[in-house]
Design a binder for this molecule. Structure first.
Ligand code: AMP
Length: 201
């Protein structure tokens, strides 16, 4: 398995759950661009101020903001890494390829829309470390004991906008990796352990 991986998939497909686990087990540095943006919003940083209107509408943050931020992060990593939620557009994928000596491999989690809607309605996230949990399963974050809360952008109108943005912008990005024989499409339905076994496979 490559030591430079990108995880793509619709919202609530399990990118964060699977990506974090794989990164931890393989000793890869991990970056979730969505979690980074939500922290920036919470802390009201310059990045947060710029990104807020897009996240509130369920739209993607412009490439001009995302690309330099992620390339700065990848440049600072001395060994392998895993990107969760980047690239999300073809220009982002092209910028990542142009910047690297090696070609990252893409893992794409596929989950049907109805299952995504079901998952998002019970999804909670740790406000500190951004680990995902299911409503009713645990009281506090299993990793850091932080407070679990629904994501502000998981309301149904926002979620449908993100699903539409996925079809319009991310599917062409999936095609970009498929055309270059650098994509693995993984069935993302079933328990996290079942999906993880498929990811490893
Ligand atoms: P996620 O946590 O991956 O579902 O991302 C949450 C939100 O952050 C997305 O709906 C976008 O608004 C924004 N975002 C995250 N990654 C990117 C990216 N690579 N390009 C543009 N917007 C992004």
């Amino acid at each position: 398995m490559s030591r430079h991986l990108v995880f793509l998939g619709p919202p609530a497909s399990g990118k964060g759950t699977q990506g974090r686990r794989l990164a931890e087990e393989k000793g890869l540095a991990y970056l979730s661009t969505g979690a980074l943006l939500r922290s920036a919003l919470r802390d009201d940083t310059e990045l947060g101020k710029k990104a807020r209107p897009f996240l509130e509408r369920g739209e993607f943050v412009p490439d001009e903001i995302m690309v330099p931020m992620v390339l700065e992060w990848t440049a600072a990593q001395s060994d392998g890494w895993l990107l969760d939620g980047f690239p999300r557009t073809v220009p982002q994928a092209e910028a990542l390829d142009a910047d690297l000596d090696h070609e990252p491999q893409a893992i794409i989690l596929h989950v049907p829309d109805d299952e995504l809607r079901r998952r998002v309605s019970s999804r909670l996230e740790c406000v500190d470390c951004h680990r995902v949990a299911r409503d009713g399963e645990v009281e506090t974050c299993p990793k850091c004991q932080g407070v679990l809360a629904p994501r502000a952008d998981d309301g149904s109108a926002n979620f449908e906008n993100r699903l539409e943005a996925y079809r319009r912008l991310v599917i062409p990005t999936v095609t970009y990796y498929c055309d270059r024989w650098r994509a693995r499409i993984v069935n993302g339905t079933g328990s996290p352990d079942t999906v993880y076994a498929r990811v490893l496979g």
